[in-house]
Design a protein around this ligand. Sequence first.
Ligand code: NAD
Length: 304
Amino acid sequence: MTISFAGQVAIVTGAGNGLGRSHALELAKRGAKVVVNDLGGARDGSGASSAASKEVVELIQAMGGEAISHGANVANFDEVQDMVQQTMDKWGRVDILINNAGILRDKSFSKMTLDDFKLVMDVHVMGSVNCTKAVWEIMKQQNYGRIVMTTSSSGMYGNFGQSNYGAAKMAVIGLMNTLVLEGAKNNIHINALAPTAGTRMTEDLMPEEIVKAFAPEAVTAGMLTLCDEAAPNRFILCAGAGGYSSASIFETDGCFIPTAKQSPEAVRENWPKLTAQDNQQALVSGAQQGEKFIMKAMAFMKSQ
Ligand code: NAD
């Protein structure tokens, strides 16, 4: 079945370049009215310009679609609120939020200043928090919302020189995990995208032919499955160069050590059991972990 966004309103942050641009264009092609947000700064977050976002709006309008641009810095809640207010004034709803805006300030942790750490956290984490907060009550009242967080393999698995970026990208998964619980009764689905694409963010990290193979459009094809009516919830989709996979956090079933025997030595002795992957589970709330441990303690007490 064709995936359509006709009649829906989407906000795409950082949509002047790279992945956000591709997301915005494809959402518009498939019928969405799109807010093309972009601060328009350099890759490290310095500067600002409205040229790129305006160009994307013109492209959408040229193909008969509807779009507006907004230069909100996602790290600034007042500017984000203004963007959402303008969206509501013009179109009266927000169905989709794609938290995509991002910057890089790579350096080994020894050389990284705390300012570089904080700025990256501000844009990726607080940017996603601010935009989500600004649309949350609207989506609740509509009883409909689709939100995509942009994470990264750097957050899930680590990458040399990206302690700030990796921490931020894992934080948005934490944000998703709790928001899926809070948004469920209002049909708000939140998913995460872990892209690899040849954009200005990665162009000097990959050879030219590889950059071409990692076209943003390939990622967008996957991203759109995370924000339509049939979207999953709490899914982490990895996408790049036509490859698509999913990532999850699993927890092993683990072991139980009774009070009288609890010691670091006993925990180490039980390592094979504690790490055994049979019966591992992808837990869906923090409370589930507590329940699992209590069940083990109760089973032990019953056996005495
Ligand atoms: P890009 O640099 O081409 O685009 C990012 C856009 O975000 C730019 O247009 C920039 O102006 C905008 N932006 C930056 N700070 C902003 C702010 N404070 N407010 C509003 N807009 C802002 O990068 P990209 O590769 O398209 O990255 C898009 C997203 O995907 C980012 O979150 C990035 O971390 C993530 N990502 C990209 C890759 C990749 O391989 N390209 C891999 C993993 C994750």
